[in-house]
Write a protein that binds this ligand. Sequence first.
Ligand code: BGP
Length: 461
Amino acid sequence: MTLNYQFPKGFWWGSAASATQTEGSNQGDKGKNIWDHWFEIEPNRFFEGVGPDLTSDFYNRYKEDISNMKAIGHNSFRMSISWARLIPGGIGEVNPKAVTFYNNVIDELIANDIEPFVNLFHFDMPLELQEVGGWENRAVVNAYVDYAKVAFDLFGDRVKKWFTFNEPIVPVEGGYLYDFHYPNLVDAKKAIQVAYHTMIASAKAVKVYHAQYDGKIGIVLNLTPSYPRSQNPADLKASHICDLFFNRSFLDPAVKGEYPEDLIELLEEHGHLPKTEAGDQALLKENTIDLLGVNYYQPRRVKAKENLPNPYSPFMPDWFFDNYEMPGRKMNPYRGWEIYEKGIYDIMINLKENYGNIESFISENGMGVQNEERFLKNGRIEDDYRIDFIKGHLKWLHKSIEQGCNVKGYHLWTFMDNWSWMNAYKNRYGFFSVNLKTQERTAKKSAQWFAEVSRQNGFND
Ligand code: BGP
């Protein structure tokens, strides 16, 4: 039988998750990271006062979870290592319990024919390193590279796909511009330094990996196409600048090994270039990634500024654009994000045309919905909206593959409902629901649908 949407042989079907959002923090001698600390000092900032201490208890339940992954057709799964768990404090002694835990998880995945994709940093800076400035401090870059080496040495014999960072721009936006991650600063100068150091850390980890290990290493970026309101040059300029700030600031150095000239010029003009060191340029140029993970949730729509920014206000990316609410846009009202399936295609075509058609995959895409119990029927959440969401995106992904884009897989965010940072358990994303009182997992309708898609390597519609 031929399907309407048949994917290439060996397509990666699976999902992604992160350590802090699933494992549970208060066990296994884990050190503290910024989330543990922020929750301790400001629990009120987290939805319903729920913190990262237990989350979905993957630390104890990974066997059951991995067997559920297998049951719904996963052939790959992206997890992250918690730096503060592996090396409490961020520097020095390795935690033997963490080594056992990650070995067990990796071995269990492999025993179930699920390839582990491992990410080294998912928003979760060890607290002690944040206290010395986090990514503002170049010494933290070296600590990160040491940590990366420890992880490659411990797990690299079995893990052949590594990622240096997940969405490195998010800690920049959250921690240094828009106040949704610790340390909650609003300081563009620091933000730019943090972004720069993250990219230097990534290139250094790539260098070490390529010199001594034998798999692929990449980065996961949230690429958010910037669509202008109109073709008016002022709107086009606004969207171009947005693209420089929010996509190309990481995409270009990661894939091309250099920053866009016009981004450098713009920062220079405003006195906001980061501090660099001799040798950085060559480091970036010589250590580009092998594989790109693309997280896609929503487009960005922008227009020229309605009012000129106050020149005495502190420099912000928002000096150059206003957000544009396009009439008639389709929304996920719970998360407040627009749903625009074609965005996934536009990203892939851009990678093909402007980034050497680098090997890539969708490393996150998904739909967070509040109060999903409303859709319970005979004990199961009937999440047809999620099936439609995934289908809509897969159709456009399929089209991009037909046009020669080098896309190797699709991972949903996420496998089971998990702790979404400040939103805690407000919006649920999983194929499996998690009952927070009992920690019981139950497959949603989408899980069954996905199992079939994976089995057939495609679907009909
Ligand atoms: C991505 C992150 C994930 C995850 C997801 C959903 O940006 O990589 O960690 O949380 O978004 O977003 P949220 O949890 O904010 O609803």
